[in-house]
Design a protein around this ligand. Structure first.
Ligand code: HEC
Ligand code: HEC
Ligand code: HEC
Ligand code: HEC
Ligand code: HEC
Length: 449
């Protein structure tokens, strides 16, 4: 939040400068006759005399501040993305998709636990029904705007550690760099829970059992084994917010293996802001566009230039500045990509000749180009609306039965979604995704798969 401090400082200077100008004016020319006293003004809200409102407005309302930032923000998917309209009104979805709901869950410190009520487990992470709308905008992340009309109104809505919704609160994401500004991002960019589909209990999947009992059958349609686990479907997934968890190095299925789990330097020393809001902008990357790549989105075929200004600063990569041809960038991404392809092959082996992972070679796939076969983290299960060409059977459809899955395979699927959907091919946390995929592949091998 270095810039926020700069903002305070600039505001102070502006007020001091204004005061100086007024003093200077009164010294010019001979003094005229004193006029009659005016009526006393009323006190301001705080009981003290108000400041000149125009001056405090100008802390923010200048060409280089709000006006500039509002234009940058037009290029952010937060601004142009369609989900705020699609998910409005839905209490389950809005904490991350609508302004009012996000501010509600932050201000009320809404629990991410599941409560047993009415004979089943119910997710508590929802706002009240009146707060389920609003596009993501300035007031989403700066919810105190226009409360005191002072510089402090720019403060972030939250910087508190996050009780993970995927784990019903059993795990926490905490990103301490930059006074916790990354926690603002990860509050929304976090994975969602997988719940059990074979009983009406609504329980969160027991993730620990996936690694502790790897050989237990999770699902077998032929034998009728369902183990009260997850029900394979096209969208059996952790949703789209893997980044926050991967960045913090928490929340995946951490199979024991040859590699110890650790985090890259970034986790504690860099914040989302450093790379995603770097200044100056490069095309439409940096500032309040939140893009790192100079492109609308990151899928294959979009831009191939990047904003490395956040990387090449003192304390980070200033001595060996990075660009897209640097060995550090190229080799890290290539080795993570190799692991992604290997893990995908291992998972697909369950299909005995036909992939179980869904492929999508188009810009509808946010991860288009990250793996050789363009997986998107979904399963290739038939779904009349979302995957009409799906190869595998959904209950009632005519396709071949979906293969048996052991616990270790369900864990591997979740980990594949984590490592694919963090988007950056390891830049967010090389150490964590490398250990995760290496150990997952070993766990599948150990299970004879
Ligand atoms: C997704 C969250 C998010 C949204 C939406 C957002 N901001 Fe920010 N804003 C931030 C963060 C994080 C910072 C802190 C940047 C830093 O630490 O350098 C910030 C900083 C600022 C600052 C301080 C000065 C600066 O240049 O860093 C201003 C002013 C500002 N935002 C205005 C706006 C305006 C205007 C909008 C709407 C057009 C907006 N913000 C929308 C997250 C957001
Ligand atoms: C801490 C920064 C800050 C201060 C101080 C501030 N504003 Fe704003 N104001 C904003 C931001 C951010 C927006 C949203 C800009 C956008 O959406 O493009 C905004 C928007 C507005 C708008 C457009 C309508 C709206 O609500 O979106 C008006 C009018 C306005 N401000 C008036 C004022 C006045 C008058 C003052 C001083 C009394 C003031 N502002 C002080 C940050 C500030
Ligand atoms: C209120 C929840 C929320 C917060 C807070 C938030 N985001 Fe987002 N972010 C979203 C959603 C939702 C989308 C996708 C919008 C859509 O598709 O309509 C998104 C999209 C993005 C994208 C574009 C992703 C793509 O697919 O191209 C980036 C990059 C991003 N956010 C970074 C950040 C960063 C960095 C922060 C913190 C400074 C942040 N976000 C804070 C919810 C949030
Ligand atoms: C814990 C926060 C969170 C919750 C709750 C949440 N989402 Fe999202 N969702 C996100 C984020 C973050 C993104 C954007 C990821 C990106 O583009 O990088 C997203 C993206 C999406 C997208 C866009 C995917 C695409 O291909 O562009 C859809 C659609 C969506 N969410 C639907 C939903 C629905 C429906 C619900 C409720 C059932 C829901 N979300 C609940 C965080 C959440
Ligand atoms: C060390 C630099 C760095 C940091 C720090 C960082 N990111 Fe990223 N992020 C990247 C890169 C590189 C990409 C890949 C962008 C692409 O392919 O277009 C990326 C991609 C993303 C995307 C998908 C973007 C898109 O435009 O499609 C999201 C969302 C995202 N990051 C969120 C975050 C969040 C949230 C944080 C903090 C928890 C964070 N990032 C921290 C470098 C970083």
């Amino acid at each position: 939040m270095k810039n926020l401090h700069k903002l305070f400082f600039a505001a102070g200077l502006m007020i001091a400068a204004a005061a100086f100008l007024f003093t200077a004016c009164t010294k010019e020319g001979p003094q005229g006759v004193a006029g009659i006293n005016g009526k006393d003004g009323t006190n301001g809200i705080n009981g003290t005399n108000g400041k000149d409102a125009n001056e405090t407005c100008k802390i923010c309302h200048t060409a280089t501040m709000v006006d500039r930032i509002a234009v940058e923000f037009q290029m952010a998917k937060h601004s142009w993305g369609a989900t705020a309209f699609e998910e409005a009104g839905n209490t389950a979805c809005t904490p991350c998709h609508e302004q009012k709901a996000f501010v509600y869950v932050c201000q009320n410190n809404t629990s991410s636990a599941f409560l047993f009520t009415g004979g089943k487990w119910v997710n508590q992470y929802f706002p009240d029904a009146a707060s389920t709308f609003g596009e993501i905008g300035c007031w989403t992340c700066h919810s105190s705007l226009h409360t005191t009309y002072g510089a402090s109104d720019i403060a972030l809505t939250t910087t508190a550690p996050i009780s993970m919704t995927m784990w019903a609160g059993a795990k926490t994401i905490d990103l301490p760099a930059d006074s916790g500004s990354g926690n603002l991002c990860a509050k929304c960019h976090q994975p969602r829970p997988l719940t059990c589909g074979y009983d009406a209990s609504g329980r969160v999947l027991n993730y620990d059992s996936l690694k502790n009992f790897p050989l237990t059958v999770q699902y077998d349609s032929t034998a009728g084994v369902t183990n009260h686990g997850v029900k394979p479907s096209y969208r059996m997934h952790i949703h789209y917010g893997a980044v926050g968890a991967v960045y913090a190095g928490v929340g995946a299925i951490e199979f024991a293996g040859t590699m110890a789990y650790s985090n890259s330097y970034h986790t504690t020393h860099a914040s989302c802001v450093d790379c995603h809001m770097a200044n100056p902008m490069t095309g439409i990357a940096g500032g309040h566009s939140f893009n790192v790549r100079n492109a609308k989105e990151s899928a294959l075929g979009s831009g191939t230039t990047w904003n490395f200004n956040g990387c090449n600063v003192t304390g980070c990569h200033i001595d060996e500045p990075l660009d897209k041809t640097s060995a550090k960038w190229v080799n890290t991404r290539a080795s993570v990509q190799t692991l992604l392809n290997q893990l995908a092959d291992k998972i697909n082996a369950a299909g005995g000749g036909h992939d179980i992972l869904h492929r999508e070679a188009s810009s509808a796939n946010l991860w288009w180009g990250l793996t050789t076969n363009n997986y998107d983290g979904y399963l290739d299960i038939y779904d009349a609306a979302s995957n009409p060409a799906g190869y595998w059977k959904m209950s009632g459809s005519a396709q071949p039965k979906f293969p048996k899955l052991l616990n270790v395979q369900v864990g591997a699927l979740i980990n594949f979604q984590f490592c694919l959907r963090e988007y950056s091919l390891g830049i967010h946390n090389t150490a964590y995704v490398t250990a995760l995929m290496t150990n997952t592949i070993a766990a599948l091998n150990a299970a004879g798969l």
